[in-house]
Design a protein around this ligand. Structure first.
Ligand code: DLL
Length: 436
């Protein structure tokens, strides 16, 4: 199989060359961020580190970490390094409570991202002439638009279908002879199931590869989706705070991890408890520093995703380090139908509703291939003895508020006071019955 590179020279650069590019970019970035963003300057001053202290890649460890709450504290645009009239786009993802985390892009960032996504698509063997069915959601989520610009940059044809209306998606995929499918892996399974019900034979489609990500998925799921959709399934990783989709991408020549586009995103693995850097190959929390982004660069961002870095030479010839499939997180973030949900956000909604007690439990399941979420919550004695109609109204209100804030539809079950098991330590807020 011919290997498809987007930027062969940089993707196959020996490590020494790559590291010298990384160091040059890192020094420039730290200086710029220190000079332009007060919250970074404050954090670096408190850690006693100045831009001039960064003389090697190992010096990165001297810099303070950034976490999701730093974005919340500077909501919405406080960490941008350029004036708003240079920001041409914003995206947002879930914050840990009421407010989303917001990221911004200059025109150059958007162009850079398109190029990086084109690289990622090439890893999956896609190119000009392909018809790409993009079922990632368009909107504040980075998936839809991020992939869209990359597909166009590649010179392929994009079908900007976004999520939902699965039957129509199947007709379009078939009639337009889509050769590449982009979606979350759970949505791909949902498509497969809907095809089965509708009696559509996967052989009648033209799909050759599926690029699935935005949520964890196992090797078993890969096998299932490959069989049911008659395609080769590859993994794509990314997060809004670092850019969006395309931070790392699996190639067709390995199933041992995704290549990180290291000339743009500098990875580290740390011990999530001590924050210490771990030696190559160890399992730990993934941390990223962006090296080229203008509007919203980020230094040492703790992703909370658990992975390890693989430095073996890949059969595809790319020298870029690989990250192992993400299997878990160090925090309690759930991904429900591709949407990131923090239990603290649900709590935030519940606590704003009168008569609701601070005792609740979130139950997540996978029914067929669809994630479902239900929230059980205690209501006060007086409310509970009220008429059914009032309770129904309350449960609808909660459901509506949750949908409004999180974008996820859930079932709400109001229960009598003292029915939810009390904790004897950490409350067990989430019961996740999915077997991924
Ligand atoms: O999910 C960006 C994306 C869009 C990636 C489309 C791939 C495809 P966020 O909404 O900010 O961004 O969510 C980021 O999703 O920290 C991981 O926990 C999880 N995640 C993303 N890709 C994968 C993957 C997009 N391939 C969060 N495997 C990340 C496992 C993933 N988890």
């Amino acid at each position: 199989m011919a290997i498809n590179y987007w930027e062969e020279e940089i993707e196959t650069l020996p490590r020494a060359g790559l590291e010298s590019i990384q160091l040059r970019r890192l020094k420039k970035l730290v200086k710029r961020v220190y000079e332009t963003v007060a919250p970074y300057r404050k954090k670096m001053d408190a850690a006693g580190v100045k831009p001039a202290d960064i003389q090697s890649l190992a010096d990165l460890a001297k810099l303070p970490f950034m976490v999701k709450d730093d974005l919340r504290d500077n909501y919405p645009f406080g960490l941008f390094t350029v004036p708003m009239d240079e920001v041409v786009r914003v995206h947002a993802s879930s914050g840990t409570t009421g407010k989303p985390t917001v990221v911004g892009y200059t025109q150059r960032d958007i162009e850079l991202w398109a190029g990086i996504m084109a690289r990622a698509l090439c890893c999956a063997g896609a190119g000009k002439g392909d018809i790409v069915h993009n079922a990632y959601g368009y909107g504040l989520f980075t998936g839809g638009l991020g992939a869209h610009y990359g597909i166009e940059r590649l010179g392929a044809t994009v079908i900007p279908v976004s999520g939902g209306n699965t039957r129509r998606q199947i007709t379009i995929m078939k009639d337009f002879a889509a050769s590449v499918l982009l979606s979350t892996p759970s949505y791909a399974l949902n498509i497969a199931e809907t095809m089965d019900v509708a009696g559509v034979d996967p052989e009648s489609l033209s799909l050759k590869v599926g690029i699935f990500g935005a949520e964890p998925w196992s090797e078993n799921m890969r096998e299932e989706v490959e069989r049911k959709l008659n395609l080769k399934a590859v993994d794509i990783y990314g997060l809004s705070e670092v850019m969006g989709p395309g931070v790392a991408m699996e190639c067709l020549h390995t199933d041992k991890g995704m290549h990180i586009f290291e000339d743009h995103f500098l990875p580290e693995i740390i011990d999530p408890d001590s924050g210490e850097s771990l030696p190559p190959g160890e399992l730990g929390e993934l941390v990223f520093t962006t090296l080229t982004k203008e509007a919203f660069p980020i230094i040492r961002y703790r992703t909370r995703d658990i992975s390890r870095l693989i430095y073996d030479q890949c059969a595809c010839g790319r020298t870029l380090v690989r990250m192992e499939k993400v299997t878990g997180r160090t925090d309690d973030m759930l991904i429900i139908r591709g949407v990131n949900v923090f239990p603290s956000q649900v709590e935030h909604v519940l606590m704003s509703v009168e008569g609701v007690e601070p005792h609740y439990q979130i139950v997540v399941d996978r029914v067929g291939n669809l994630d479902t979420m239900s929230v059980q919550v205690e209501v006060s004695e007086s409310l509970f003895s009220d008429e059914i109609r009032k309770l129904e109204k309350l449960s609808k209100t909660i459901q509506h508020e949750i949908k409004d804030l999180l974008g996820v539809t859930c079932k709400v079950l109001l229960v009598e006071p003292k029915t939810i098991q009390r904790s004897e330590g950490k409350a067990r807020r989430v019961i996740d019955n999915r077997k991924i």
